[in-house]
Design a protein around this ligand. Structure first.
Ligand SMILES: [Fe+2]
Ligand SMILES: [Fe+2]
Length: 143
């Protein structure tokens, strides 16, 4: 296991939760449960990703632009999640905004896998990528 696979596993979980959420209707218990699960996991994932993964990418000149770009997208996702949390889940506007979150999240996580990970592989060793898993899990569990 290395940090790339560990992050991909979370991304897969987010995709699954988003797909399941799209199939829910109105303010159902199911929608509430799935959204709480998505919110909790995305927020903890992002916190640990920034603290463990992006801080290290940011420390290298080659990685700064990409790290800043990703952190800005984290903020956008966070803001959308907060807006959704404050909205009436049964309104059509909720589902509309949720679709925006789903698209942004997918775009962001695909970009991490396709662009950020290859860049990080040039910056840190495979040994470091393996070591990072435990640090990531520790921070994520606390978040
Ligand atoms: Fe991210
Ligand atoms: Fe991520």
């Amino acid at each position: 296991m290395n940090i790339y696979q560990r992050l991909k596993d979370d991304h897969g979980k987010h995709r699954g939760l988003c797909a399941a959420l799209l199939k829910t209707e109105g303010h159902s218990e199911e929608r509430e449960r799935l959204f709480a699960a998505l919110k909790g996991d995305v927020e903890a994932h992002v916190a640990a990703e920034e603290q463990v993964f992006y801080s290290e990418l940011m420390a290298h000149e080659k990685g700064q632009d990409q790290a800043q770009h990703s952190v800005a997208e984290h903020k956008e996702a966070h803001d959308l999640i907060e807006e959704l949390s404050d909205m009436d889940m049964s309104s059509p506007a909720w589902l509309q905004k949720f679709k925006t979150l789903k698209e942004e999240l997918e775009h962001h996580e695909n970009e991490e896998e396709e662009e950020v990970f290859p860049l990080m592989r040039k910056i840190i060793s495979e040994a470091r990528a393996k070591e990072m898993v435990a640090e990531f899990d520790q921070v994520k569990d606390k978040a």
